[in-house]
Write a protein that binds this ligand. Structure first.
Ligand code: GLU
Ligand code: ZN
Length: 284
């Protein structure tokens, strides 16, 4: 079996940022700001701004949305380099997952949500914390298996790991807030955590920029980087764009799509400028 080799990307020292939208709906103002933030950071440093379509979740992904994303970015006056979307990277996810499994860092679990709820788990950063009951044992149920990270083992092996965020400074990674998080989903060759970590390394991303709602995920990503011998980028978790009522934007609350504003003839460059100023005032 081929040995694990971390992705190589030469000795690039320039700043590389990315915008990584999922094509399961239209972009709204929050996405626009995320893209602008990543774009401006790279541009100010004379680096590169990438766009990666995160279409790992096949059945929920529609490529028409990705076409609209490109039109939206253009409308906002951004230039980018597009790297392969996640559906083209399944081999790399499988290879990494196999490597982790062979190292004993993952264990199989077929439990479904109902079975996990019956264990009366604690609630954590991302919903219920799976209490690790299937580690070293067989799950009660049969069926499709997910692979979970043995967080205690990983933390014991690597000790304290630090990551740095532009606003929050140095952070001690603590993946326990997710419990034994799913690294390979039942229906896909990776979870968001594994895919995004591998992709950012493969794309040579040096500054991971994303909304602060994904801040806690970085605790997991930092340990995955250590396990997979990947380079460690710097992170920028920026503030979220809020609506007039101070609420996070969401499609479910009817936040207007960029596409609709674009098609209604609004000036995208002016909107981008306005977002830059507004977020700057709120502390990015
Ligand atoms: N694909 C994710 C989203 O659309 C972003 C992931 C990331 O930036 O790490 O929310
Ligand atoms: Zn289980």
């Amino acid at each position: 079996m081929a040995q694990w080799r971390p992705p190589r990307y030469g000795s690039r020292v320039e700043t590389v940022t990315r915008f990584a939208p999922s094509p399961n709906g239209n972009l709204h103002l929050g996405h626009a700001y995320s893209a602008i933030y990543a774009h401006d950071l790279a541009q100010d440093a004379g680096g590169q701004f990438l766009m990666r379509v995160e279409d790992i979740d096949g059945p929920r992904s529609h490529l028409e949305f990705a076409d609209e994303f490109r039109r939206d970015l253009e409308w906002l006056g951004l230039q980018w380099h597009e790297v392969p979307s996640q559906s083209n990277r399944f081999d790399s996810y499988e290879k990494a997952a196999r490597h982790l499994l062979e190292g004993g860092w993952l264990y199989s679990c077929t439990c479904n949500r109902k079975e996990i709820e019956a264990l009366q788990p604690r609630r954590g950063a991302d919903g219920l914390i799976y209490p690790g009951s299937c580690k070293g044992a067989r799950c009660g149920s049969t069926g499709a298996e997910a692979l979970r990270l043995d967080v205690d083992r990983v933390m014991a092996a690597f000790g304290e790991l630090i990551w740095t965020d532009e606003r929050a400074g140095s952070i001690i990674a603590d993946p326990r807030i997710f419990g034994d998080v799913v690294i390979v989903r039942k229906d896909l060759p990776a979870s968001y955590h594994l895919a995004a970590t591998l992709d950012d390394a493969a794309d040579g991303v040096t500054a991971v920029t994303r909304g602060e709602d994904l801040f806690t995920s970085t605790h997991v990503h930092r340990y995955l980087q250590e396990l997979l011998e990947l380079p460690v980028p710097h992170w920028h978790h920026h503030t979220l764009v809020l609506d007039e009522g101070g609420q996070k934007l969401a499609k479910t609350r009817g936040s207007p799509a960029l596409k609709d504003r674009r098609e209604a003839g609004e000036d995208g460059l002016a909107l981008a400028e306005q977002l830059r100023l507004q977020q700057m005032r709120s502390g990015t």
